[in-house]
Design a protein around this ligand. Structure first.
Ligand SMILES: Nc1nc2c(c(=O)[nH]1)N[C@H]1C(S)=C(S)[C@@H](COP(=O)(O)OP(=O)(O)OC[C@H]3O[C@@H](n4cnc5c(N)ncnc54)[C@H](O)[C@@H]3O)O[C@H]1N2
Ligand code: MOO
Ligand SMILES: [Mg+2]
Length: 439
């Protein structure tokens, strides 16, 4: 296994940092389970936003800005022309027509990037190109199409009014205007505006560095040949993709066998580059479910049963000297994915300084009757369909099994069947978490 930066240090590996203490976890209900909301809020209470740093505007796309940015300049910077043509005094051409054109001497030209001439004498015209500054005393631009395009003299055959085709200084953004408020997520158009007002760097919260590790002696990397008892490691890919989609910088380490010493060493070695570690597998009751057995040795951990399906066994911890958060997800692929949406995405968003989640989100009518497990919030794979009127209904895809990754890919949403529900009649309004949509 590669080591990243830190030396292998048996002493450090044996050491459980005294500082790593978790806040009191929520008390479970009479069934011994905590609710999805309790677990999510607990995780969010245990992690803090990452420290802001100065980032180039282009690399800040998708990140949360930590300062108000005001404009130091006017936009437009100066009065300039919207058309290629001639700068004139409007009074000189106010009666120009096809039959009675006005002829003016052309006294110069102003291409974009040239300084504006100090004045334009009455009865003269100056060639001017789109974006070029308006000469002092000119108050209109006659487009080429309203002239004979003359070089030394120009014939104007259409009237102009004062202000025509002039873009005014500061009409879009004025000096001191708020360009971007602290807490906003920087979008494509924000990058454009920041550049337009001359800002090259902004203070943002970074992309969390998320390390993804899967566990299981049955796992093999895609692309390699399988022995009969082996399967491909899909979870580390699924979770790495999900974390990337959520805005993280991802290090997919891959899989480690069900070997306690190897797992502990691997997780320890990754701490140096992680803001968050994700593992999958090994958190249930099995004899080789080693995550649960070994990771408490690296810090403070909390293993819980959450009243949800899929995704019941969940682990969380703050490990290593920096109290790095680790989320230990169940191994079943659909459980791992649903747990990501319920817990990991909100945590990544909080680290990034973004609103952790917006719920309830979309609401849709059930397309058919659905049964549900009482006492567990079910997050079932579903497809949302809109009719001609735009009314949306939600239908289930496939079964409830946590291994059905094909059904997961066929779905485009998760539908929430509340814990207190056993039966949902067709037409009932249900909360839906759309998948694969930019958020
Ligand atoms: N006696 C009990 N058994 C189980 C319980 C329980 O309450 N009592 N809970 C079940 C539930 S619910 C879940 S979810 C799983 C969670 O299992 P683990 O987190 O311990 O994960 P594993 O046992 O390692 O693997 C489960 C399953 O998923 C496959 N897997 C694991 N990793 C990957 C991967 N990277 N790519 C693809 N597939 C993976 C693994 O082969 C197993 O089939 O426990 C139940 N059992
Ligand atoms: O809770 Mo497990 O995640 O149902 O399959
Ligand atoms: Mg297991």
């Amino acid at each position: 296994m590669p080591l990243f930066g830190r030396k292998k240090n048996d002493e450090a590996l044996r050491h459980t940092p005294e500082v790593a203490v978790l806040p009191e976890p929520p008390a479970p209900g009479p069934d011994g389970l905590r609710t999805l909301e309790q677990h999510r809020d607990y995780l969010l209470s245990c992690v803090e936003e990452l420290m802001p740093f100065g980032q180039h505007v282009l690399d800040a796309l998708g990140l949360s800005i930590c300062e108000d940015v005001t404009s130091g300049i006017d936009l437009p910077r100066f009065d300039n022309t919207a058309m290629d043509g001639y700068a004139v005094r409007a009074a000189d051409v106010q009666y120009a027509t096809e039959v009675r054109p006005v002829r003016l001497p052309v006294v110069g030209e102003v291409p974009a990037g040239a300084a504006a001439p100090h004045r334009l004498s009455p009865g003269t015209a100056m060639k001017i190109m789109t974006g070029a500054p308006i000469p002092a005393d000119a108050d209109a631009v006659v487009p080429y199409e309203a002239t004979d395009r003359g070089a030394t003299d120009v014939t104007v055959h259409r009237a102009s009014t004062a202000g025509q085709h002039i873009r005014r200084q500061g009409e879009d953004v004025a000096v001191g205007d708020l360009v971007l408020a602290a807490g906003s997520r920087i979008g494509v158009r924000d990058v454009g505006l920041l550049a337009a007002v001359g800002v090259d760097k902004v203070m943002v919260r970074p992309r969390p560095r998320v390390v993804v590790i899967s566990t299981g002696s049955e796992l093999v990397d895609p692309g390699l040949a399988l022995d009969p008892e082996q399967i491909y490691d899909s979870n580390s890919y699924l979770l790495a993709a999900a974390a990337k989609d959520a805005g993280a910088q991802v290090f997919r380490v891959g899989h480690v066998g069900d070997d306690p010493a190897a797992l502990k060493q691997l997780v320890y070695d990754q701490l140096v580059r992680a803001d968050l570690i994700l593992t999958t597998g090994g958190v249930s009751q099995g004899d080789y479910d080693i995550v649960k057995a070994v990771l408490p040795e690296l810090g403070a951990t909390d293993f819980a049963a959450v009243a949800m399906q899929p995704g019941k066994p969940q682990g969380f911890g703050l490990i290593g000297e920096d109290r790095t958060p680790i989320i230990m997800l169940p191994g079943n692929p659909v459980s791992a994915f649903v747990s990501f949406e319920a817990f990991v995405r909100p945590v990544i968003r909080k680290l990034m300084g973004l609103t952790p989640y917006v719920r309830p989100g979309l609401r849709c009518a059930a397309a058919h009757a659905m049964s549900s497990i009482r006492g567990r919030t079910q997050l079932a794979r579903a497809v949302v369909t809109a009719d001609e009127t735009g009314a949306r209904t939600v239908a289930l895809v496939g079964g409830h099994g946590s291994h059905l990754i094909g059904d997961l890919a066929r779905a485009d949403a998760l539908v929430v069947l509340p814990a207190e529900t056993e039966f949902v009649a067709a037409g009932t309004e249900l909360e839906v978490w759309p998948l694969d949509q930019p958020r």
